[in-house]
Design a binder for this molecule. Structure first.
Ligand code: PLP
Length: 423
């Protein structure tokens, strides 16, 4: 029998020492994290257990967009932590109302729903779309269309809507009435959006699927097709929203307005929060009791998100994102020219960028990010063939230069290690 440990009521026992090995002993094995364990971070600098410094161009997968421990965000959290943490949905609270007011003032939306993650924001969006269509058109209108290789979260509903079979295998039976169409394929969308479709969901810039921006014409056509067929258009801006493309939300740059928009990740800069934004008419399909969550709209999360929104949604901040993007793209394109055997293309939008690997290097994205990490640079992958960069939006030109130099060091090391290969 396993011995159960209890804490001493009189003293707070220090936590037991842990290492990366502890992960393999006590965590459900759904991730394969890096060998280094981050312990502290500020801005784009991060330090591991051994005190080694890294330049973080991942922002925790597009989350810490204002950098780690941004003083304004820390201040918002600290101030709220001393006032009110949680009240439950039997009461509302000031921070959540201020956040809802600020988000609806800043976007097409009239109404906001808050939750704790991107998956939950999408889950709410899909449920709302079904409820709206059933009330307006009857139960036959329930199909949700999404794009091949899209990613909308890991609940059973959202992972089934996302078009990646590797994430749904073994979890069958999956929710019915879901179909997938190729991304950016206008003809396929025309053929698929029929009377039984209640919603079309799309990431304006596909993230996990390989950092692929939607073509403007594609989103415009989806809007038209949804209008004609009575389907709702849902933009999943969990990764590409909150300033990432240089607009507060990507839809603003496209000039195509969705009926529902979902946000999470950077909305809380690391404090878990998600939001579903929609119009008055669509929100009206939900009544008291239709949906809910204990923590959604929690005062702590709301106070943080409000401060994040206030910081990001200024003309100067967003202009700087575009400027930093231009600089980073220029340097990445130079890098791709200098290492043509490794990189075929640079693509993306704003500070959501992907370097597509050349044919001879296909499948090696993870090897590159491991080599970069050894040089003190944190990068991401987007599938096996794309190295992804999601730096904090506050990245400086000097940090971009330093990142390029560390990445070149990593590539030189990899190329030097190849038998008979020069640079
Ligand atoms: N939607 C998109 C576009 C995402 O990139 C992600 C996460 O990567 C999600 C939804 C799911 O968000 P979460 O992991 O917060 O549930």
């Amino acid at each position: 029998m396993k011995a159960i440990q209890r804490f001493d009521a009189e003293t707070i026992s220090p936590a037991k020492p842990v290492t990366r090995q502890t992960f393999d002993e006590v965590m459900v094995p759904i991730y394969a994290p890096s060998a280094m364990v981050p312990v502290r971070a500020l801005g784009l600098d991060l330090w591991d257990q051994q005190g080694k410094q890294y330049l973080d161009l991942t922002a925790g997968i597009g989350v810490t967009s204002l950098g780690h421990a941004h003083p304004a965000v820390v201040d918002a959290l600290r101030t709220q932590a001393e006032k009110l943490w949680h009240v439950g949905n039997g009461y509302t609270n000031e921070p959540v109302l201020q956040l809802a007011r600020a988000l609806t003032d800043a976007t097409f939306a009239d109404r906001a729903f808050f939750c704790n993650s991107g998956a939950e924001a999408n889950e709410a969006a899909f449920k709302l779309a079904r409820k709206y269509a059933h009330a307006k058109f009857g139960p036959g209108k329930s199909r949700i269309l999404s794009c091949v290789n899209s990613f909308h979260g890991r609940t059973l509903f959202t992972v089934s809507v996302g078009g990646q079979p590797k994430y749904t295998e073994g979890f069958e039976p999956l929710p019915p009435q879901l179909s997938h169409i190729p991304f950016n394929d206008i003809a396929a969308a025309r053929a698929a959006i029929g009377d039984d479709v209640c919603a079309v969901v799309v990431e304006p810039v596909q993230g996990e699927g390989g950092v692929l921006p939607a073509a403007p014409e594609y989103l415009k056509t989806l809007r038209e097709l949804c209008d004609t067929s009575g389907a709702l258009l849902i933009f999943d801006e969990v990764q590409c929203g909150m300033g990432r493309t240089g607009e507060l939300f990507a839809y603003m740059g496209y000039g195509v307005t969705p009926d529902i928009l979902t946000s999470a990740k950077a909305l809380g800069n690391g404090y878990p929060v998600g939001a579903m934004l929609t119009t008055e008419a669509v929100a009206g399909a939900f009544k008291v009791g239709s949906h809910g969550t204990t923590y959604g709209g929690n005062p702590l999360a709301a106070a943080v998100a409000l401060r994040v929104l206030q910081t990001i949604n200024t003309p100067a901040f967003l202009a700087r994102v575009k400027q930093a993007s231009a600089t980073l793209v220029r340097k990445l394109e130079q890098l791709a020219r200098d290492y043509p055997q490794v990189f075929a293309q640079v693509r993306g939008s704003g500070l959501m960028l992907g370097m597509v690997l050349a044919d001879g290097w296909r499948g090696k994205a993870k090897d590159i990010i491991r080599a970069a990490e050894a040089q003190g640079l944190m990068l991401l992958i987007a599938g096996p063939d794309v190295v992804r960069l999601l730096p904090a939006l506050v990245v400086s030109d000097a940090q971009i230069d330093e990142a390029m130099s560390r990445l070149r060091g990593a590539l030189d090391g990899m190329l030097g290690a190849l038998p008979g290969a020069g640079k």
